[in-house]
Design a protein around this ligand. Sequence first.
Ligand code: SAH
Length: 223
Amino acid sequence: MLNSFKKNLTERNQVLIMIDKIKAHAKSHHINISPTILNIMKEIPRKHFGGTIDDSAHPIGYGQTISQPFMVALMTHLLLQYTPQLNQALEIGTGSGYQAAILARLFKKVTSIERIQALYHEARKRLHTFKNIQIIHADGKHIPHNHDSIDAIIVTCGIQGSLPSSWINWLNPQGIIVVPHSTHLEDSMRIRLYKNINGCIVEVPYNNQPIHCRFVPFVPGRN
Ligand code: SAH
């Protein structure tokens, strides 16, 4: 009894240490992550998804990683700030399922797509109690046609060059895409925010300084 109490206390403290690291990282970019997001991250232990309390990405097998906590917080924060309505989110890159679990606390429905079959199965098992998450084994470039219209797309793998044109077709008017992206001309990737304005994808600046990042790459096809 006492041991499990101590264990819970240690886990709780570790989560709070992670939250402090996220806040400090965000502050260095002059960003205050919404308390709603930080509270959700306190309640969903990253370690259950194969992560640690470090503010860094962590291997989850198959050459993939669970995203860095600051990146999870930032991208979710942008979704909360800019998505017109929190009905339907689409995640490209389920990986461990950690980001999907956080999204499920904000959006009515979350669809998450993973190209690697083994990760898809593991995430489905891990997330089976989340009734508003649907995980699909597919290439995120071409999701099945019978999807709902989407308010926000979050991409958790890095895209170099043009964004797939299919994504804009799935988005509601004013819908947004948050994505680690570098254009053809750039060497380094940054977290970018795009909005669907009358069928055109328009970049929305959200911070004075660019926020550079490293993500595992978006890879076409599934396996
Ligand atoms: N959101 C994840 C991060 C996983 S890393 C988490 O919280 O753990 C990014 C994931 O994107 C990897 O699992 C990788 O297999 C997947 N991915 C890469 N290209 C993809 C594509 N074309 N379609 C779907 N998933 C893709």
